[in-house]
Ligand binder design. Sequence first.
Ligand code: PEP
Ligand code: MG
Length: 825
Amino acid sequence: MSPEVYGGRAKCLQRLIRLDMPVPLTVALSFDCVRDIAKGRMPDLSPVIAPFGFAPLLSVRPSSLDPDWGGPGAILNIGMNHERHEALALTAGERAATSLYLRFIQSYAVQVARLDPDPFDLPAEPNRATLKAMLDAYENETDEPFPQDPATQLAEVLRSMARAWDGTTARLLRQAKGAPADAGLGLVVQAMALGVGRGESGSGVIQFVDSETGEPRITGRYLGQSQGREALRDRRDAIPLTRAEGSPSLEEVAPFALRELLAHGTTGRERLREEMQMEFTLENGRLCILDSVRVPRSPRAAIRIAVSLAQDGVIPREEAVMRVEPGSLSSLLHRQVDPTAPRDRIVTGIAASPGAASGRIVLAAADAQAFAARGEPCILVRRETTPEDIRGMHAASAVLTVRGGVTSHAAVIGRGLGLPCVVGASHLEIDRRRRAIIAPGGRIFHEGDIITVDGTAGEVLAGEAPTLDAALDDSFRTLLSWADEFRDVGVRANADTPQDARIARDFDAQGIGLCRTEHMFFEGERIGMMREMIFAEGAQARRAVLDRLLPMQRADFAALFRIMAGQPVCIRLFDPPLHEFLPSDRQSLRDLAEGLSRPLSDVEARVEALREYNPMLGLRGVRLGITVPEIYEMQARAIFEAAVLAGRDGEPVVPEVMIPLVSAKREVELVKARVDAVASAVRAETGVAFAYRLGVMVETPRAALRAAEIAQHSAFLSFGTNDLTQMTYGLSRDDAGRFLGSYVEQGVYEEDPFHTLDLDGVGELLRIGASRGRQGRPDVTLAICGEHAGTRRAIEFCRREGFDYVSCSPYRVPIARLSAAQVSL
Ligand code: PEP
Ligand code: MG
């Protein structure tokens, strides 16, 4: 019986029967049969009913391919009518028989006849009077007596369940969970085990692991005189399964049943190769197993279960690796809002960096630093962030911006710092005058008020929401070590600071694939020196300022090399336009003029001169390296001196130097000549014959097209898919968030291309770049380091095209390692 034809539940029941478990007689209807029923072509039901014998009571349950896709609720006690009621009253007792009849009328009225549920609430006392009242209610609502023919009842139940599957809501819900548009529904018809009647009768649910942690633990409930999953719904009267203080338990009420269940649990785990949750019934002391589904599980439990099944030899390690959804790891790497807690949602935006944090609202980076200095957690709320905000972001517990998309500054830095971040909360207004934020519906939150940013869900909540800790346990590490055995795509981290590098190491990244050095120039006194450098007249004066920055950069790089202990570290030379280092408001300009001892008008003129209409396509990246070469020379020197220093007391370092925003071979030749010259000088000064690798960041379409000649001077090509997407589409990565939603809604783009790698357009440039790069230099190393790099789509692409590694933000490293294994298996 294939699950593709009959569904997962039918398949599972067949296996339970083969394992000799006490499953009541079961008949499965295929997807095709159910499709026919939905279209009004009811098959002859006599072969379905015949095996059940005379006057059976039946249940029908849904059986789709994947149980997570949902389906219509089970309907029990089909076949109850006046005659069966009288007969059952004699065998099971009057009260039990009436109770079963009432339950059936209720579910038939609500689920099959689709009547208003109110008149069909189950009465407190099941007796002939309440039964008559419910039968009358049915007749009043439908103008027909309650159907007495079991075959008619069954046909109507099957028809209603088949049609419910085709309803719009059901369809949308399951498609959201990944079901294909034509997903089928099977139905399982089963003889009822009564659970209501004489002797020890009742029903319950049992599982052998904890759904939250995945640890072995018998959990579940049992409820006497009940059916189906009532024991889970009616928690007040249901009793635990094993001995517990202050309550009777199934272990005492029916010890034999618990023993049998434990034995079936062990068999089920080994033979079904899964932790199952079983639905069982005791009918006058006799145990029946009605159904079995995968234990519902948190991401943490999913890992623990997969690892322990593999450690016990039940499944191979490869399968354990395949069973865990990589994206689900992110909830373990970060603090999360407790999913069971109430949520007072203020506004939603784009989930840019996962995790949750609460703190007081601050509207300026400087205030965030002040809060941090007092040890008070705060949330930095900005229209958008700029490099000037970096210190404030460092200091904040989370970041919220009104504008921007997944590759906006706030999002990139948030992910890099492991800071929960919601961007593009466009319905939020910042009212600077009132020093407040105004949420949809006019709710006002002032500076100092506490909010919670849920960067996993992309939501902002009022007040301090309860959160759960990150949980990196042994199972997590074991699973990832297995993933590493199976993958053939390397995973490095984008790391700018020692803190990033430590996280990268801790998550077993195979080096740093991108260190964005510009962030280092915003720290402490450095921004002042940068400004001095920008205002310096001529190369000589610039060099003098850069000489003061050199020891700081050297220390930055030495720290990274030491932490990475011999792993490759790829340092990208300075990239942003210089104007990002200059203040924009008048007061700061005045302060700057004072600091530089220059007239304000001079400062304003210089700022004006650096202004560009289109700075992202202006004087930045290698263009600065060519026109203001002193900056790259200083950085190259800092890198090489740091490599010598770190290599002296630790593993030898072979630094990688990367040139950003290249579009012409000559750019590489010029920079390479200068960097080589610096390397020779440092070798001569230190007497250490270190090696280094020079590479190019392919971020412009032209660099991809001309990769053959560019690669002649490059040991590696690292594709920066953020800029490459921006330039391929001609779409500003900082502004597109404003209208991309409407584009995706109208189907112009399938997805936000800054989020989901565009395999057609950008992908074609990547393929061209890779193949031409290899033509120019057969052993060239190929990598992707844009924000897409941590996604399964990009990793799959990299593997298919023979790239060597991806480099993603440190917190995505474990996810990328698991994805890389899954695409390799
Ligand atoms: C890129 O453009 O893909 C990249 C990694 O560089 P940045 O995001 O710093 O521009
Ligand atoms: Mg870039």
